[in-house]
Design a protein around this ligand. Structure first.
Ligand code: ZN
Length: 312
């Protein structure tokens, strides 16, 4: 089955031609401009050309579905008039912009949309480190922090998609975090996870980008403590079979995962007596498997669901 995917990011969009086997055949990058109409037009004309070129290479190429993974927040309520739109965003030019409808129309394909992190979670379940699992959580940690929660094989969406990056984190409890006094960088909540442990939070505290910081820097104690509390909360709320950690920060500093695992066990304090949560938890909290391919592959997984009219 031939498919088309679009990952709409804060600074760039990745358009992908591929298959339901997870083969990426061709891709194209388009800058995310302030003018949303211009960006969507550039995506659809670029994809028309890419599809034309692909048909020259392989005349049998015939896409049947379009998957869109986008930055949020998004309106994902199918009965809402704004379904498929970005809702209120501080990003200039994009508030209340419908993404799904114009791209589906311009590309003449059945389409579906979810958040970029939800799409990446689908890809991890299909081809990555959560294969064979019905309940898992994929967390991306980078400029922002977000998660795709898969429950009983489906993405968990309610009033809207989950926004786990804004869960509150106890900053100075029992003296475990030395960041007491640091307000956090989230303009809504100060001491939420994203405010304390995202790339911008790390940069605000150290003056350095996460990738430039030494492995033994004291900042990692606080970052991994916040991520351990996140894993504690996610475990007790959703009881997943596995938590995957991915995104730019983890890809650049993979050693952080061991420290998150250790602090998670201390935080849980033997509460949930399940074999998966005692001792060796290297399979319970682990690094995501697909790296920066999770997003593009996720849009192909979405496209397949659009073609088959499946529930996400
Ligand atoms: Zn926040």
């Amino acid at each position: 089955m031939d498919l088309v995917g679009i990952e709409l990011g804060g600074t760039k969009c990745i358009c992908t031609l591929g298959t339901d086997r997870g083969d990426i055949l061709a891709s194209l990058r388009v800058p995310t401009r302030r003018n949303s109409d211009e960006t969507l037009h550039e995506i659809s004309t670029g994809l028309h050309e890419l599809i034309r070129q692909q048909k020259q290479t392989a005349s049998s190429f015939d896409p049947v579905g379009l998957g869109i993974g986008s930055f949020g927040p998004l309106d994902l309520n199918p009965s809402s008039a704004g379904f498929g739109s970005v809702t209120a965003t501080p990003k200039p030019g994009w508030s209340h912009k419908n993404i799904l409808q114009p791209l589906s129309t311009q590309l003449h394909l059945p389409a579906t949309i979810t958040t970029d992190v939800n799409a990446a979670a689908l890809a991890e379940g299909r081809w990555g480190a959560a294969q064979g699992l019905d309940h898992f959580i994929y967390v991306t940690i980078g400029t922002g922090i977000g998660a795709g929660i898969v429950s009983q094989g489906h993405l968990l969406n309610g009033l809207t998609h989950p926004e786990i990056g804004h869960m509150r984190i106890p900053v100075a409890r029992n003296g475990q975090m030395s960041s007491a006094g640091f307000k956090g960088v989230c303009s809504f909540h100060d001491d939420c996870l994203e405010g304390l442990a995202s790339g911008p939070a790390i940069e605000a505290r150290t003056g350095l980008k996460g990738s430039e910081i030494q492995k033994d820097h004291v900042i990692w104690e606080d970052v991994t403590q916040a991520l351990a509390y996140m894993c504690h909360n996610l475990t007790l709320m959703f009881a997943p079979q596995r938590i995957l950690l991915g995104g730019g920060l983890i890809m650049g500093q993979p050693h952080l995962i061991n420290s998150v695992q250790e602090k998670f066990l201390l935080s849980l304090n033997d509460y949930a007596q399940l074999p998966q949560l005692i001792g060796d938890i290297t399979h319970y909290i682990q690094r995501a498997g697909l790296g920066d391919q999770a997003g593009p592959l996720g849009t192909l997984a979405l496209a397949q669901q659009a073609a088959q009219h499946k529930r996400l």
